[in-house]
Design a protein around this ligand. Structure first.
Ligand code: COA
Length: 256
């Protein structure tokens, strides 16, 4: 367990708050574990009708903890990994998922939004998926879901060039429902969640099942996951993580 994710249930709404603001809410293994447990519980607990993701501090999340990635790359990561359990729980979620996003939403911080049903963003939020620059590949079924949502050209620029999408553009491109000032974001998400919590759960569940092919999404996550794990072991990835730790730009030009 970790207190870096707060879990609160009130009136049918399970709120998951990322609470590691000093590290821009970078997601470590323990945090993925709490998120996965919560989503799995939401599927079976009749008291939970909607799940809300939000984050403390100035950013939604800086994505996967890069020290964890570096440890995995070095073969020094021990214990059960929870990230895939979290992603699979997103794939199979039938409860409505709502997100309130401010500041940076890097990597999985953006790709998890593709699994949310309602997304509210601050106008100056920055959505980025810089997988290629980290010598990695897209995850969370984003290699299909992102181009399907915004088109290949835009998705490729996000993946391969790390181009950022601000909150206003995210709404225009269909990545988010609406932009709201940061001070109003949580209320906006909560109001929508409260409305959903009063809707008939059976109809919500059936509708979401019709709208998403969970089995295909989960199968793609496995395919991406195998490539992702392979890429973590490359010299390119070691250079990317070392460059982040040393606060310098990565130099891939001397690697074959
Ligand atoms: N993993 C681990 N630590 C991270 C992190 C991550 N993904 N992102 C940020 N942090 C840490 C920084 O190391 C720093 O720690 P320190 O204060 O102990 O030095 C702290 O969080 C604040 O980050 P900083 O870079 O100083 O903040 P910023 O406002 O200048 O930049 C980001 C914010 C998110 C743009 C920048 O931190 C970043 O690019 N992070 C990496 C994002 C990434 O590549 N994620 C993986 C995606 S797959």
């Amino acid at each position: 367990m970790t207190d870096q994710v707060k879990v609160e249930l009130e009136a049918g709404v399970l709120t998951l708050t990322l609470a590691r603001p000093e590290k821009k809410n970078a997601l470590n293994n323990a945090m993925y574990g709490v998120l996965a447990d919560a989503l799995e519980r939401a599927e079976t607990d009749p008291a939970i009708r909607v799940v809300v993701f939000q984050a403390d501090g100035d950013s939604f999340t800086a994505g996967n903890d890069l020290q964890d990635f570096a440890a995995q790359a070095a073969g020094a990561f021990e214990g059960e990994r929870h990230v895939m359990r979290f992603l699979k729980a997103l794939a199979h979620a039938t409860r409505p998922l709502v997100a309130a996003v401010q500041g940076q939403a890097v990597g999985v911080g953006t790709t998890m939004l593709l699994h949310c049903d309602l997304v509210y963003v601050a106008p100056d939020a920055r959505l980025t998926t810089p997988f290629v620059g980290l010598a990695l590949v897209p995850e969370a079924a984003s290699s299909w879901l992102l181009p399907a949502r915004i088109g290949h050209a835009r998705a490729y620029a996000m993946f391969a060039l790390g181009e950022a999408v601000d909150g206003i553009t995210a709404v225009a491109w269909g990545l988010a429902n609406a932009a709201a000032p940061e001070a109003e974001l949580r209320t906006r998400a909560r109001t929508a969640a409260d409305k959903l919590a009063k809707q008939p759960l059976g109809a919500l569940t059936a509708t979401k099942r019709l709208m998403r092919d969970a089995a295909a999404i989960a199968a793609l996550m496995d395919k991406e996951g195998a490539l992702f794990a392979e890429r973590l072991g490359t010299a390119e990835a070691r250079e990317a993580f070392m460059a982040f730790a040393e606060r310098r730009p990565a130099d891939f030009t001397r690697l074959a």
